[in-house]
Ligand binder design. Structure first.
Ligand SMILES: [Zn+2]
Length: 107
């Protein structure tokens, strides 16, 4: 027991901060928002598609994909920031995909 550290360590937070109706544009999966506390250390909030993983073949990423191209964002400060950053990420990824698919048509 390390009760003497109780004021310093962050208590576990298993609450589901997800917003009902928020869906991944790529696969339609639920968008999860969680508060990541590991062994009393607070890693902030994360937002990600519940189905997202690098090799799932749906989201178009591998372990080499830059973090900004992933359907997951970590180390955020709040649920509100998660929602905002997710919307920005989705917009960015949609435009990226559009440019990659339709880039040649504009030449
Ligand atoms: Zn997804």
């Amino acid at each position: 027991m390390r009760t003497s550290f109780v004021d310093e360590v962050c208590p576990p937070d298993d609450k589901d901060y997800s917003v009902p109706g928020m869906k991944c544009p790529k696969c339609g999966g639920k968008v999860l928002i969680t508060h990541d506390v590991v062994d009393g250390l607070d890693f902030g909030f994360s937002v990600s598609c519940c189905r997202f993983c690098h090799y799932d073949g749906i989201h178009g990423t591998t372990f080499n994909a830059p973090e900004k191209d992933c359907y997951a964002i970590h180390y955020l400060n709040s649920k509100e920031e998660c929602i905002k950053k997710w919307e920005q990420r989705v917009k960015y990824l949609k435009e990226k995909e559009k440019n990659e698919l339709g880039g040649k048509l504009n030449e």
